[in-house]
Design a protein around this ligand. Structure first.
Ligand SMILES: [Zn+2]
Ligand SMILES: [Zn+2]
Length: 218
């Protein structure tokens, strides 16, 4: 279960999903994210950086330019064994990069950003950061108000429509519809992209970010 005090805000939570300026610096022990132990420092919680791709470049190594929640554009350098080639097909402008345990890094060319060494901490989510945050708000609202009572396409209410149960989208389990016609219409009208965002929000929401007992990976 997610931690109760941040449950409503999900991806808007600035400690779990910090903007670049709030990430720990790799040369410091940030007490928000690390405990200083007797031998070495260890994470005290989980966190994930989110940034939307605005550009990518680099010939032998992929470098992504991403814009974070606060609008700051930073570099993500892929220092994985394959230098980011596996991710290359998903690198589209407007898609969102998620980096678990990202830390502020100063690159040789004087830009700042995040250096990624493990392929398991980075994913590209095929929707914009805005879509992802909106999906997060939708999930948070649903968590507060309970099951939606209206068809996500025509708006028909569950009580008055004659249909006792709205059908839930089987992928995101978030959107609900009065029937197949409305479901198909909503999919064509944009739920396809929204659905992917919702599935990712649920992946994030299903984890307890406040307690560290081993690293998460994608
Ligand atoms: Zn409907
Ligand atoms: Zn869906």
């Amino acid at each position: 279960m997610p931690e109760p005090n941040t449950f409503e805000s999900l991806l808007r939570n600035d400690i779990t999903f910090p903007a670049f300026s709030d990430l720990p610096d790799e040369n410091d022990v940030d007490p928000t994210y690390y405990d200083e132990g007797p031998y070495r420092f260890s994470p005290r919680r989980h966190w994930c950086f989110l940034g939307e791709i605005v550009d990518s470049y680099g010939l032998c190594r992929v470098l992504l330019r991403v814009k974070d929640k606060e609008g700051q554009v930073v570099t993500i350098g892929l220092y994985t064994d394959d230098r980011g080639q596996a991710l290359a097909p998903h690198m589209k402008e407007g898609h969102t990069v998620a980096v678990l345990y990202g830390e502020q890094h100063g690159f040789m060319d004087m830009t700042v950003g995040i250096r990624v060494e493990e392929p398991s901490v980075i994913r590209i989510i095929p929707c914009s950061l805005e879509q992802l945050l909106k999906a997060s708000d939708d999930v948070a609202a649903r968590n507060l108000s309970g099951q939606s009572k209206c068809c996500g396409s025509c708006g028909k209410e569950e009580n008055t429509s004659g249909n006792k149960h709205l059908r839930l989208c089987s992928r995101c389990k978030q959107a609900s519809y009065c029937g197949e016609v409305c479901q198909k219409k909503a999919w064509a009208d944009g739920h396809k992209a929204e659905c992917k965002a919702l599935v990712w929000v649920k992946w994030f929401a299903a984890r307890n970010w406040g307690v560290f007992n081993g690293y998460f990976d994608f």
